[in-house]
Design a protein around this ligand. Structure first.
Ligand SMILES: Nc1ncnc2c1ncn2[C@@H]1O[C@H](COP(=O)(O)OP(=O)(O)OP(=O)(O)O)[C@@H](O)[C@H]1O
Length: 336
């Protein structure tokens, strides 16, 4: 009995990538675009890979559905190892993976409904079923009233909604997002991110996205990795990364003022998430240890996964004088 409930509560890893490597070779030399990447994305997670241009994000994403064949390593999606598949079996496995693109990649000669139907034609869905499914998908992305429009008549946000409807046509468990909001203005970006989060929650859709925008990670990701020169420099659940003092992602999400306290103070950074974010931790610290705590900087933010806060505090006196207070913060798991 206990065993079966343990099995039920175990999170299923929808995407598992191990030791992935991909290089591009040309006459001018070789570029190691992806260099020994390991990545696990659990069911229902929204995982963001953040990095600058040239970091290797697109190559990594394109290796997940084998648009690029890795040089080494394995890619398993929904329990199926794609690296071992070719031809018909690979095409069938790809139907379980939807993809959306920065520039939408719509067929300009087809209507909105025709673009979405195209994905169903490819999978051999009968005509009558196609019509019903297209209507359902357009409703899902809020475009029922634009079914007969052509892409040229749509705004960027509407084009991306068509892209999302098309990507979801074959009921994939996984959606890959290749800079899906990079070509959109901030307001439209916001509405597309809200739609993705809504689809993630309503359909249990697992999303792996690549982006160079921290706001995307902040708004919808439950986990993230930072990619540089083909490698992950850090990776994990957002709530865990926030607690790592060396985390670049935590620093970018919650920039803290440089230390300006008078010499002799003890500087401590504290990070809270979930229900803790609403607890009076600083007041508690001041009361419990009789300290005149000063807040040097910090903020509380609502992230996709949780609410979180990070502050830099100055405690009067040297670290030795504040040992009990520092131990207390460490025991509560809010300071390193
Ligand atoms: N088809 C290709 N042939 C040769 N080199 C390539 C090819 N595709 C990518 N590269 C190189 O591989 C490296 C990683 O590129 P990739 O496009 O994966 O990075 P990225 O992080 O997605 O950047 P961007 O956001 O600019 O697309 C870069 O140095 C790039 O120039």
């Amino acid at each position: 009995m206990r065993r079966s409930s343990q099995l039920l509560t175990r999170v299923f890893n929808v995407i598992e990538i191990s030791g992935l490597r991909k290089a591009y070779r040309s006459r001018r030399g070789s570029v190691q675009a992806v260099d020994s990447v390991d990545l696990t994305v659990g069911e229902g997670e929204v995982f963001g890979v953040l990095g600058r241009s040239g970091a290797g994000k697109s190559t990594l994403l394109r290796c997940v559905n084998m648009l690029e064949r890795p040089d080494a390593g394995t890619v398993t999606v929904g329990g199926v190892e794609l690296t071992g598949l070719r031809g018909k079996r690979l095409r069938a496995a790809r139907h379980g993976i939807g993809m959306i693109h920065q520039h939408f990649a719509l067929l300009s000669s087809r209507t909105v409904a025709g673009n979405v139907a195209f994905a169903l034609e490819v999978t051999g869905t009968p005509r009558a079923e196609r019509r019903a499914r297209v209507a359902e998908l357009l409703e899902l992305v809020g475009l029922s009233d634009r079914a007969d429009a052509h892409p040229a008549q749509l705004s960027g946000g509407q084009k991306q909604r068509v892209g999302i409807a098309r990507a979801l046509a074959a009921r994939p468990r996984v959606l890959l997002s290749d800079e899906a909001t990079s070509a959109l203005d901030p307001e439209t970006t916001d509405s597309i991110l809200r739609l993705l989060l809504d689809l993630n929650r309503r359909l249990g859709l697992t999303i792996l996205l690549i982006t160079h925008e921290m706001t995307v990670v902040k708004r919808i990701c439950t986990s993230a990795a930072v990619m540089r020169d083909g490698r992950f420099t850090e990776s994990g659940a957002i709530t865990d990364l926030l607690r790592r003092p060396e985390s670049e992602l935590a620093r970018d999400l919650f920039p803290l003022e440089p230390v300006t306290a008078a010499a002799g103070d003890t500087i401590v950074d504290i990070t809270v998430s979930g229900d803790e974010a609403d607890e009076p931790i600083i007041a508690d610290l001041a009361r419990r240890f009789g300290l005149d705590v000063r807040i040097l900087g910090g903020s509380v933010e609502t992230l996709a996964a949780t609410r979180a806060g990070r502050w830099r505090l100055a405690l009067p006196g040297a670290p030795d004088d504040n040992r009990a207070a520092l131990d207390y913060l460490r025991e509560r798991g809010v300071a390193a």
